[in-house]
Structures are given as structure tokens and as C-alpha cells.
Design a protein around this ligand. Structure first.
Ligand SMILES: Nc1ncnc2c1ncn2[C@@H]1O[C@H](COP(=O)(O)OP(=O)(O)O)[C@@H](O)[C@H]1O
Ligand SMILES: [Mg+2]
Length: 309
């Protein structure tokens, strides 16, 4: 059973003009395992928020279906197992941190006799205990995000949806949020993050999907996506430039003044055939290092490629 599953999920919004239609999601199929951190990536307008809103029953899909923990998304029992941090959320500014949590817990009919101690616990987790009596109009964006996170996890949900959780949060705050998400994962929870901040997601997600204009353009383990394009730095002892230059017809590479070759290949077979050629010219190889391109590079390329279609 998957934590989150969508099949042919499509959303077409009506635009400003009557005839205008906006395809926010185009037949999205996703299957997300339990107990992992999953990142949904894409530029603004890709359809990330729409996906989460459909899963949470805030927006109805035009077609297709989705399940949470194997149950239909309209199932009330399953909805109680969900935590949600919306994008750009706003709490009433005149409430204190503690009051915000109490107010929303009541709205959700969160049934806990120990609500006060639950609030203490969760504020401690997001490092806001000191500020629990402070009105949130004095809070920074980072503090508000942490309060939003506290509000999302107070019910001890099985699946947590976070829409742009680190937006506007300073680096220390980001690190704290990341640590908290890893802790939730360690406790067996599933964490689903929408983000356009790739470097944030890259470092904590087990898998990612890349969405562009409602279309799924890549899906996989972060490591697999990054290594799909192979780039090697080969350090050599001195060589005669001409011996290398003739290889340009068959290989893609650059050479720097320290006799380092930066080679791009599609496969290890291609790498080996390049090494064979170097040896044929008696070139001494000192080291070979595979360079991992970051997800950022990969993402920009993937979006660029999909835009060309
Ligand atoms: N309620 C709405 N009515 C009309 N268009 C919408 C509505 N919500 C979102 N959209 C459009 O759908 C597309 C996807 O939006 P969204 O899901 O918010 O993307 P993301 O979260 O990736 O930035 C965008 O083109 C956006 O303008
Ligand atoms: Mg969004």
C-alpha cells in the first residue's frame, strides 16, 4: 500500500476569459511509498500546489483519482492522519503562538485532554517555546513557518504535506526544519514537500518528481537522477595536445592547462573506450573522478528540454 497514490490526475481551471482553460495538472501518475521524504519540484505555476490541494480535498480534480494510505481521499478517517502546512499561510496576527495552536486544534476537533502539554511539546520541537505567549504579529517569516509546522504536526499525522516550507526562512531556520523532517521520517512518517528550492529538497528527499506546466517530466531517486549524466575529471601526466585533439571527433571533453580532461559520457563503456585511446598514446593517468552534477543543474536541463517539446 502506498502512502500517496494518484492516477491520471488532471486539473483544468477556468481562466479569466470564458474560453480560456488552464491545464494545471495533466494526467499525473505518482506512487509514493510510506516512510520516505518525497519532493515535488517545479518552477512557479508547475501545478505543485494544485496537486496537494486535490489530495487534501480542497480542489476537485477534473478527472483521475487519488488515494491516501490506500483509501479514497474523501475518507474521513484518513484525513485525520494528515498534517498540512499551506503555502503562504496566514494566522490571525493578534493571537499568541500558543493560542494559534489551540484555536486550530479546536477547529479540527483535535481530541486531546492534554492539549496544553501537546502544545508545549510541539513548540519545543520547533524551538518556539520562549515565544509561546508572544503575539505572532511580532514573528519573523521563519518563526511563522515554524509555527505552521507545529500546527501541522501537533496531531501526530502519518503523512505530512508541506507547501514551500522553507520559503523566506533563514539558513539556520532551514536547517532546523530539515532536522525536524528527518526526525519525522525516522519515526516512520511520510513527508511530502512541494518546492521550487531544489537544493533544499535534494539534500533530504529520498525521491523526487519534477513537474513542468502540469506534466511529470522526471521521477526517481535523487542519486539516480543526478548520476544519469556522467562527467569525469581525468588527471594525466603531460601529453601532447595533438594526441588528444584527434579524439574530439568521437568524444565530448575539455582540457585545462594542468593536463586535466573534463569528459562527458553516456556510459561507462564510453569512458573505458576513451581510457583505451589515452593509453594507446602512452598517456599516464593519475586519477579519475566522477563529478556529480547537482539536482539544480539537472533540473534546469530537464525543464529546458521539456520546454523545447
Ligand atoms: N484557482 C485557480 N484558478 C485558475 N487558475 C489557477 C488556480 N489555481 C492555480 N491556477 C493556475 O494553475 C497553474 C498551476 O498553479 P499551482 O498549482 O499554484 O502551481 P505551483 O504551486 O507549482 O506554483 C498556474 O498556471 C496557476 O496560475
Ligand atoms: Mg505553489
Amino acid at each position: 500500500m502506498y502512502a500517496i497514490e494518484s492516477s491520471g490526475l488532471t486539473k483544468i481551471y477556468n481562466g479569466k476569459r470564458r474560453t480560456q482553460k488552464i491545464t494545471a495538472l495533466n494526467s499525473l501518475d505518482l506512487q509514493i511509498d510510506n516512510g520516505i521524504i518525497y519532493g515535488l519540484l517545479g518552477p512557479n505555476g508547475a501545478g505543485k500546489t494544485t496537486f496537494v490541494k486535490i489530495i487534501l480535498g480542497i480542489v476537485n480534480p477534473t478527472s483521475g483519482s487519488a488515494k491516501l494510505l490506500g483509501k479514497n481521499i474523501t475518507d474521513h478517517e484518513v484525513r485525520n492522519k494528515i498534517g498540512f502546512l499551506p503555502e503562504n499561510h496566514k494566522f490571525p496576527h493578534y493571537l499568541s503562538a500558543e493560542e494559534v495552536l489551540k484555536y486550530f486544534a479546536k477547529l479540527r476537533r483535535f481530541d486531546s485532554k492534554n492539549i496544553n502539554s501537546e502544545i508545549e511539546k510541539v513548540l519545543d520541537k520547533v524551538k518556539l517555546s520562549k515565544w509561546k505567549k508572544t503575539r505572532i504579529k511580532k514573528f519573523s517569516k521563519g518563526m511563522l513557518q515554524r509555527l505552521g509546522l507545529a500546527n501541522a504536526i501537533i496531531t501526530n499525522p502519518e503523512i505530512l504535506f508541506l507547501d514551500e516550507p522553507t520559503d523566506g526562512v533563514d539558513p539556520i531556520g532551514r536547517k532546523e526544519i530539515k532536522d525536524l523532517l528527518l526526525e519525522l521520517k525516522q519515526n516512520g512518517k511520510t513527508v511530502f514537500i512541494n518546492s521550487h528550492l531544489l537544493s533544499e529538497v535534494e539534500s533530504i528527499s529520498d525521491r523526487v518528481a519534477i513537474l513542468n506546466k502540469g506534466n511529470l517530466i522526471r521521477e526517481g531517486k535523487v542519486d539516480d537522477l543526478i548520476t544519469s549524466k556522467k562527467n569525469y575529471i581525468i588527471s594525466c601526466s603531460e601529453f601532447i595536445e595533438d594526441n588528444i585533439e584527434i579524439l574530439r571527433a568521437n568524444f565530448q571533453f575539455t582540457v585545462n592547462e594542468n593536463f586535466q580532461i573534463n569528459l562527458k559520457v553516456d556510459s561507462t563503456a564510453e569512458l573505458n573506450s576513451f581510457m583505451d585511446k589515452l593509453r594507446q598514446h602512452q598517456i599516464i593517468i593519475n586519477s579519475i573522478n566522477q563529478q556529480k552534477s547537482s539536482l539544480e543543474d539537472y533540473f534546469i536541463k530537464a525543464i529546458g528540454d521539456s520546454d523545447k517539446i
